[in-house]
Design a protein around this ligand. Sequence first.
Ligand SMILES: [Zn+2]
Length: 77
Amino acid sequence: MNPSFDLPSLFYLPLTVQLGVLILLSLLYRKRGVRKHRLPPANIFRCTRCRHLYMDSRRVPLSKCPKCSSLNEVIRR
Ligand SMILES: [Zn+2]
């Protein structure tokens, strides 16, 4: 009997090949995903009137609150 065609290797060989393909695809996907999901730099603001926390991607020192439209200073860049 040929040792490369016994039952365990018939089971494990396709499994190893499929696992290898999956790992390769996940590595490729992760490489692309990092570049795709990178967020633009955003400033974080907290409204002094209604305590609403919001972000503004523009580089401005003051931003209007989307809820009560009062002007607020940036708390984190
Ligand atoms: Zn507000």
